[in-house]
Design a protein around this ligand. Sequence first.
Ligand SMILES: [Zn+2]
Length: 357
Amino acid sequence: MAGRARPLSAGALAAVVAGCAPAPPELDPPAPAPLEAELRFSSPFDGPARLVNYFDHDLPLQFADHNGVQRTFWGEGTVGIDGHSGYDWDLEVGTPLRAVADGKVVALGVEPPFYCPLLDRVVDDQRFVRVRHVGPDGVAFDVVYKHVSSVERAYDEVVRRGDVLARSGQTGCVSGAHLHFEVWRLTDTVSGRPARVDPYGWEGEGPDPWATHPDGAASVWLWAEGAAPPLLREVQRPANVGPGERAPVAIVALRWMGFRDDAHLDNEQVVLEADPRYAPDGYDLGGAVLINDRGERFRFPAGTVLGPGQRLTVVTGRSDDPQPNHLYWERATGAWDNRGDRARLLGPDGSLVYALW
Ligand SMILES: [Zn+2]
């Protein structure tokens, strides 16, 4: 179930960074590490982008992990590349990629050739830039941007938060244009060597499998307030493209959000479209229902009529500023789980009109 994510407590973060905190003054009680003084990241790109892969806490060993699940930072299993070691966001080629904090370019260029299982061949053109960020407490992280089309900074160059470092691309082991964003923790890792970590931290029940792995490290929330890129996942499918499909109204997109659904319910959306080929006079949705895999239903109010070709969006949450052609389920919890669910539309008589997949 979605929406279990909660902020990491100050105590938990203090425990993670305790090795680096200065010794408290004599006789003073030990104070937790001041959160405000920690390194905080801004977004590596402007605006929202569709998320393709999470960091897999169990385990981020890409192409070597085959346990069949991508374990998100709130502990839930989801679909994606097993062992994914960072975050993938769909970005058009050429999108500016920005420094997430003040830092220094410590590596850039093209990675050595390696075998890419995705493409079943050796790739020799995977371009990247790596920037080092050191917090005031000495905790240090490297941030790596992969698959970029160009790097716009030089080796050893000092960069400021928000500076454009590179342009996104689709170089190397990719099936489409996206940013692979990877964070390495350089201090307080299990082995003492750098280890990849999750910039969204760990908020699952029980221990983080990666925090105690011999090659692992504890992940902490690294984003400045309001700066974390939203984790939008979406599937789109044109109406009636399957064999024999002739539905008058189709579900053409389902966007769900893994991260804090409770606070971002307006980011969960289902988009329906009346297909003019099979609904030349439009379609009356009154009494029809949207249903998820748990059997929860949203019933369309009487008078919900779509003209031919018209789209309608059903938002999981509520809105103080309702948009045209939007309906609001007004739930307080997410409706679409992190495997995407199987959104289905049932007609007023309960028969299946359309299933997204
Ligand atoms: Zn990736």
